[in-house]
Design a protein around this ligand. Structure first.
Ligand code: BGC
Length: 386
């Protein structure tokens, strides 16, 4: 009897050890991989100490974000051999982000992504003059837009995947815009290698809002190479032609039969240099808003880089996307992989409402009133095609 009892005890103890051993192997490993690390990044001229938040998922993909401008300074994605490399353009020196960031590398853009004609709009019968920082127009919220602001960042406890919450309150009148705007942005790195960006805002006076993210991608992982070999598909049958100063003319033009047709995937460089296209001339390449097909959260674009096998899919609930082929990159700064950030070495797919919406009543409205909540989401999802 006693022997049997001992055997049972031994079996029970072994079972408990076995079970707990299994837990010890799986749990801590997952926790070690999926994490958010905080480190010092630099100090601005105003004396703000800037921190870097590194989100890592269980596959080892990493996204680095700083609390200046909500800027994504690095984002890694796997190639066809499982090799993770940084695929977003950025500066090598923190000061270059702090002192103007002329290309808006990686930044959160607000209050209004893209251009507003003559830096003016009328709202509830009153004319507002906003910051004029792009010829006669206002671009990306003005010179001191959200890309230059100090954002409060906190990791979100209990989130399913590594998530950080960024908050910034823009004072009534900032850069000329009415209303105190309370803005929240969440960056989440999922386990299927997607970066999800959720935007929210509320105001205490009627205002206009159009937030976006200004990361430049180069899926080759080599920032000296141009992006003209990347194959792009955009789910849009129409785009918005622009004036000399890149303001939509109001026309919604079918892409069919023009260099703007990306309904079927083609290399970005295929038609970019077509010389007799007036719109390509005005944009110095692609720098236009495509009117996305469909509504609600949907897949709107796919980019494939044949050499590395990297694929980036973009999903959003926004009505438009600005596809910008990096035509104003001018080689003044070093890239993170050596050489300079030259012409067309990165592209942006900025999901947003249409440019100049405040002045174009035929476009979907960008007005936000007190009591309403601005809410939008965009996903950049990375995978490979062999
Ligand atoms: C605009 C470009 C502009 C660039 C600034 C893009 O969103 O469409 O015209 O030059 O931002 O980096």
């Amino acid at each position: 009897m006693k022997i049997i009892n001992y055997n049972l005890i031994i079996v029970a103890v072994l079972c408990i050890l076995g079970c707990s051993k299994k837990e010890n192997i799986n749990q801590p490993q997952k926790e070690n991989m999926e994490k958010i690390q905080v480190s010092d990044y630099g100090v601005t001229a105003k004396g703000d100490s800037i921190k870097k938040y590194t989100l890592t998922n269980k596959n080892g993909m990493k996204v680095e974000v700083i609390n200046f401008g909500g800027i994504i300074t690095s984002l890694t994605a796997p190639d066809k051999d499982g090799h993770y490399e940084d695929v977003v353009l950025g500066f090598t020196k923190p000061e270059d982000y702090f002192n103007g960031n002329p290309y808006y590398f990686g930044a959160l853009i607000g209050r209004f992504g893209n251009r507003i004609a003559n830096a003016k709009f009328i709202l509830e019968g009153k004319t507002y003059d906003i910051d004029k920082n792009d010829g006669p127009n206002s671009l990306h919220g003005g010179k001191e837009g959200f890309h230059t602001k100090f954002w409060n960042i906190e990791p979100v406890k209990g989130a399913k995947f590594p998530t950080i919450k960024l908050t910034y309150t823009s004072a009534d009148g900032e850069e000329g815009y009415p209303g105190k705007l309370s803005t929240t942005v969440f960056y989440t790195l999922t386990e299927d290698n997607a970066l999800e960006i959720s935007y929210e805002a509320t105001t205490d006076k009627a205002t206009f809002v159009n937030l976006t993210q200004h990361s430049y991608f180069n899926l080759s992982g080599n920032f000296t190479k141009t992006i003209t070999d990347h194959e792009l598909q955009i789910n849009a049958d129409k785009f918005l032609p622009v004036s000399e100063t890149l303001i939509p003319t109001g026309e919604q033009k079918p892409v069919k039969g023009s260099p703007f047709d990306f309904t079927v995937s083609k290399p970005i460089g295929k038609d970019i240099n077509v010389t007799n296209d007036d719109q390509l001339k005005k944009g110095k390449g692609y720098d236009h808003n495509w009117i996305l097909n469909g509504n609600g959260m949907r897949s709107i674009a796919k980019v494939y880089h044949p050499e590395s096998g990297r694929v980036m899919e973009v999903l959003t609930d926004e009505p438009g996307v600005q596809f910008y082929s990096g035509n104003f990159l001018d080689g003044k700064f070093d890239t993170k992989t050596g050489g300079k950030n030259e012409f067309r070495t990165g592209f942006c797919l900025e999901t947003q409402h249409f440019p100049d919406s405040p002045n174009q009543p035929s476009f979907p409205s960008t007005e936000l009133k007190p009591g309403q909540k601005y809410q939008t989401k965009t996903i950049y999802k990375f995978s490979v095609k062999k």
